[in-house]
Design a binder for this molecule. Structure first.
Ligand code: TXA
Ligand code: MG
Length: 355
């Protein structure tokens, strides 16, 4: 009986993929799961379809969309040049959470996808439903994260429904996404230098196994505690405040976990006394220090993929629970911690308390 129900589930998924592909071919938008977050897809060649994506999300039109492919052959006629480093990145990390910004062939895609830039960000998602959908639709899919602009990216079909119900053609439900944070966006120089424009599922350490030199876009320096306000980010999306919960969120960083937990406990008690509805985003390692508080756990500090998976749904929970004052423990910006801190700081409007 198990095999039978598994078989039936497969048939349902196949039917869903076919229906979704038909909608996409008709110029409609469809949300679909990827290994990072849910995307809101549209035929990247159709200006009308792409405009429907911007409209559904309420996204600023100067923020370009990522194009998703299921086969490297789709790059032919779409991007102008692929050097050895780019080829090596594709071979190593595709399918996977790496978006590569490449020179675009004029007219190959709707100019709305690239927001008028002469480059396009491309990735091959590592998710069976996404890959099948792209192949079945027979076109590259422009797909930003399937949230309303300014909301946390969706890691469940339910999150897409909350944000976009009635505004899009459909949603393919593939269950929870894997990575939980968006892809890493990189640009590769003529000399093979890989610049990280947005940290994500593929870490700097992983990129360095393939590329001779990996650097962070200076506009991302805030992840490491410097002031980046004066620098223009090369990835237009990085200039917007994203993922902000309605409550006031601050990130707390300190010399030792004891000092951080102690400071947070005091601050929460004071905020509660002022009449705030408080919460703390804490790693499992310290959760017990906050007995009696509203604690959202981010998993273990030495397993930051858990924090990545949970962060966006935790931020949504903050809103659902109506919390007004939120403190989050910082994590070391190494490995996936780079992407986790980047999103956490953006959600906090870069409010960081250094003890
Ligand atoms: O994991 C992901 O990347 C998800 C899933 C759905 O694939 N997509 C996603 O898309 O996060 P979106 O639109 O929310 O973020 C795209 C980011 C933005 O920061 C945008 O500015 C940047 O990629 N980007 C896109 N095209 C670019 C380009 N030509 N040059 C520089 N940055 C670009
Ligand atoms: Mg997004």
């Amino acid at each position: 009986p198990d095999e039978l129900s598994a078989g039936q589930a497969l048939i349902t998924a196949e039917k869903g993929i076919r229906e979704a592909a038909v909608l996409l071919q008709a110029g409609e938008t469809v949300a679909f799961p990827t290994e990072t977050v849910y995307g809101l897809g549209a035929d990247a060649r159709s200006t009308k379809a792409v405009e429907a994506v911007f409209a559904a999300k309420g996204r600023p039109s100067d923020n370009p969309l990522i194009v998703h492919i299921s086969d490297a052959a789709q790059l032919k006629g779409m991007v102008a040049e692929i050097n050895d480093t780019v080829r090596a990145l594709m071979n190593t990390f595709w399918p996977g959470p790496l978006t590569i910004v490449l020179p675009v062939v004029p007219q190959a895609l709707s100019s709305r996808v690239t927001a008028g830039l002469d480059t396009v960000g491309v990735r091959m998602p590592d998710h069976p439903i996404a890959l099948r959908l792209i192949t079945e639709a027979g076109c590259p899919l422009a797909a930003p994260s399937a949230n309303r602009s300014g909301r946390p990216s969706p890691t469940l079909a339910q999150h897409v429904l909350e944000d976009l119900e009635g505004r899009i053609g459909g949603i393919l439900d593939g269950g929870p996404t894997g990575v939980g944070l968006e892809s890493t966006v990189v640009q590769v120089g003529d000399d093979g230098t890989v610049t990280i424009l947005r940290p994500g599922g593929v870490t700097a350490e992983q990129l360095a196994t393939v590329a001779r030199s990996v650097v962070l876009d200076p506009a991302l320096a805030d992840t490491h505690g410097q002031d980046a306000d004066s620098l223009a980010p090369r990835s237009p999306g990085m200039k917007y405040t994203h993922y902000a919960p309605r409550g006031r969120l601050s990130v707390v960083q300190g010399p030792s976990s004891g000092e951080v937990t102690g400071w947070i406990r005091t601050a929460l008690a004071e905020a509660t006394a002022r009449g705030e509805r408080t919460a703390v985003l804490a790693f499992d390692d310290h959760a017990a220090s906050y007995a009696g508080e509203r604690v959202y756990t981010l998993g273990k500090l030495d397993a930051l993929h858990e924090a990545a998976q949970r962060l966006y749904s935790v931020l949504r929970r903050c809103d659902e629970d109506g919390v007004t004052y939120i403190l989050a423990e910082a994590c070391p910006p190494k490995g996936l911690g780079d992407a986790v801190m980047n999103r956490l700081l953006k959600a906090a409007g870069h409010r960081i308390i250094r003890l």
